[in-house]
Design a protein around this ligand. Structure first.
Ligand code: GLN
Length: 265
């Protein structure tokens, strides 16, 4: 591999591989390769040392117990913190997002310390588990500003409260998301960016524009990006949007929050 090879690390697929989020790594790798850019996808099983020099780090969803183990393996002030300070991009889905926050619940609801890479805390909810399609409008001043509506599915018991320094990824059009009408948590830390979301899908397969947004932070030069034929992804997106329009989802609409947040300065 040359120095210009973009490296993508999938952290702990053995613990955080329940919901197919490993597909996000494949999408990033393929979209680079389709543009003639060298890309390497590295799986880091739990217990193995985490490389500090990767460009992108991915964490997926998982069950309550494995996510505690994943937080332990990541460690406080560990390699992921140093990679982010240096400028790496982290995408963390569901359990992955929860463990990057300040705290998250174990199966009984007891608070477990998170890594503090995202300014949020997650608590157990008395409400039913959030299961179904999730549709999110990116915030105008957020990391996904200007991108088309984000689609995915959610399956989680926890509810996440973004803190004062966090910027949500977007606002919920259908589904539950964080539970307060917002969806996801993002933070700029050092030179790096950390993005958490409840969107499974895999997220980047359903939302190729977001995959390219992440890659643009790593590549820098927009000239390196030629358009890719995304007709297949468009068909999938259209199908999922139709499913929501026809009520084939367990989602709840949060119009009030959406209106409030979209008007934010
Ligand atoms: N165990 C967490 C919860 O239920 C995360 C689930 C997931 O990653 N889908 O909230």
């Amino acid at each position: 591999m040359t120095d210009s090879t973009i490296s993508i690390a999938r952290l702990f697929p053995d613990l955080l591989g329940t919901y197919g989020d490993g597909g996000n790594g494949l999408i990033l790798q393929k979209r680079l390769q389709w543009r003639g850019l060298p890309a390497e996808l590295i799986d880091v099983p739990s217990g193995e040392p985490i490389p500090e020099s990767c460009d992108l780090y991915l964490l997926g969803g998982g069950e309550d117990a494995p996510q505690i183990e994943a937080a332990r393996c990541l460690g406080h002030d560990g390699p992921l913190h140093r990679a982010v300070e240096r400028g790496a991009v982290v995408l963390a889905v569901c359990a992955g997002m929860q463990i990057l926050g300040h705290s998250f619940p174990d199966a009984e609801g007891k608070s477990v310390d998170g890594l503090g890479l995202l300014d949020c805390e997650t608590v157990k909810s008395d409400e039913p588990r959030a299961v179904g399609e999730l549709l999110v409008d990116p915030l105008d001043d957020g990391v996904a500003a200007g991108l088309p509506v984000l689609t995915g599915f959610e399956n989680h018991g926890g509810r996440t409260r973004p803190g004062p320094t966090a910027i949500p990824l977007g606002v919920v059009r259908a589904g539950v998301g964080n539970g307060d009408g917002t969806e996801g948590v993002t933070n700029q830390l050092g030179a790096g960016k950390v993005i958490g979301t409840y969107l499974h899908g895999p997220l980047l397969a359903r939302n190729p524009a977001l995959a390219d947004r992440l890659l643009s932070w790593v590549i820098g030069d927009p000239a390196a990006f030629h358009p890719i034929d995304d007709r297949e992804a468009e068909l999938l997106r259209a199908d999922r949007l139709r499913a929501i329009a026809h009520g084939r989802t367990d989602g709840v609409v949060h119009r009030t929050w959406k209106d409030r947040l979209l008007r934010r300065n």
